[in-house]
Write a protein that binds this ligand. Structure first.
Ligand code: ATP
Ligand code: MG
Length: 353
């Protein structure tokens, strides 16, 4: 019986987590499967209760389960905390502590939502991209410094990558591309950054191991533009941590809302699943968050961590069907007077399952 750690976190985290658990229970009932849960603290909520955004209890707890499902962390309440005590630093330590270096972010345009975006439906129809974001290296983990200089201060963030860190995530991306449409776009800034030159050389060295995959190198600024101009040209995109963070928020809008995207962070014994969005403090407590990102993260968890393909598909079909019937959350609604609240949308998905 698989055991799942649930880390609701802050802001809309607990609201969407409630819907994820409902969906998990519905699918368990339909397919006669059981899993057990353990709720653990993380982020601002953990700072308030334990003085640490990643308490020992949580770090030890997540290593004793089969998968981790996370809501979101952070919020203005903790903005004044020193860097090592910010909610986000708890999440970075969790990813690093688990060793989940490959963050998979599928971006699939749903036919019934093509009119939500301001982009033309002809551009969006059929979009099916997988962003593979390196998750445990790069500028988010490099040395940070700040000191006084004449006339003010100086701040430094180091962007460091080692060959082996690049190799493992690039291999994951090649492997995934070979199982999809066989195309890999490696995104970097090799005309300016030394770390990007190492990235590009590493990709070129690994490429011959995957003769069925066609690789191209795309500069990150060009990639940002191409994602809007002609997103269907992309199959798998692999890139370093910060570029992946930024490009996936942008790519989310191809689906209609940032609230739609799930993610799976793989590479270690225990994998981590979370929506790509943050804690959305501006809408927290209003019951209007879109729970689809975390619900589809549950589907990814059942597929990748437990091998429950039918159960994963049941969730994905249910979400699509609810959209086909015309139901929308507030972020997707063109008529802002008619939309389902977070809980009502979750109930529709549960009914469908
Ligand atoms: P992080 O640094 O944690 O990624 P962020 O600064 O990128 O956070 P988000 O919390 O993702 O910010 O929110 C960005 C915007 O998207 C906000 O206006 C927020 O309300 C909206 N948003 C994020 N998630 C959802 C969701 N699930 N449903 C609806 N709107 C959302
Ligand atoms: Mg973000």
């Amino acid at each position: 019986m698989p055991k799942i750690a649930l880390l609701p976190g802050d802001g809309i985290g607990p609201e969407i987590m409630k819907e994820a658990v409902k969906v998990l229970e519905a699918v368990s009932e339909r397919f006669q499967r059981t899993c057990t849960y353990e709720v653990l603290p993380i982020g601002g909520e953990a700072i308030d209760r334990y003085g640490d955004p990643l308490p020992e209890e949580t770090l030890l707890g997540v290593k004793c389960v089969d998968a981790v499902l996370l809501g979101a962390v952070g919020g203005p309440k903790w903005d004044k905390e020193p860097a090592h005590r910010r909610p986000e630093s708890g999440l970075l330590r969790l990813r690093k502590g688990l060793g989940v270096y490959a963050n998979l972010r599928p971006i699939v345009a749903c036919d019934s939502l093509l009119n939500v975006s301001t982009l033309k439906p002809e551009i969006l129809r059929g979009v099916d991209i997988l962003i593979v974001r390196e998750l445990t290296g790069g500028i988010y983990f490099g040395a940070k410094e700040r000191h006084a200089v004449e006339d003010g201060e100086q701040a430094t963030d180091m962007l460091v990558y080692e060959t082996k860190e690049i190799e493992r995530v690039v291999r994951t991306a090649f492997h995934l591309a070979s199982q999809r449409r066989g195309r890999l776009a490696s995104v970097d800034k090799a005309n300016v950054l030394e770390s990007s030159r190492l990235w590009r050389e590493t990709v070129n060295r690994i490429a011959p191991e995957y003769p069925d995959v066609k690789v191209e190198h795309v500069l990150v600024d060009n990639c940002a533009m191409q994602l809007i101009r002609n997103p269907r040209q992309f199959d798998v995109i692999v890139t370093e941590n910060m570029f992946g963070d930024i490009l996936s928020d942008e790519a989310a809008m191809l689906t209609g809302s940032i609230g739609m995207l799930p993610s799976a962070s793989l590479g270690a014994e225990v994998d981590l699943y979370e929506p790509i969005h943050g804690s959305a403090p501006d809408i927290a407590g209003k019951g209007i968050a879109n729970p689809v990102g975390i619900i589809l993260s549950v589907a990814m968890m059942l597929r990748h961590s437990f091998g429950w393909e039918d159960e994963a598909q049941a969730i994905e079909h249910a979400v699509n069907h609810v959209f086909q019937e015309g139901y929308r959350t507030k972020d997707l609604a063109s008529d802002s007077s008619y939309f389902l609240h977070t809980e009502e949308f979750g109930n529709k998905v549960v009914e469908e399952i």
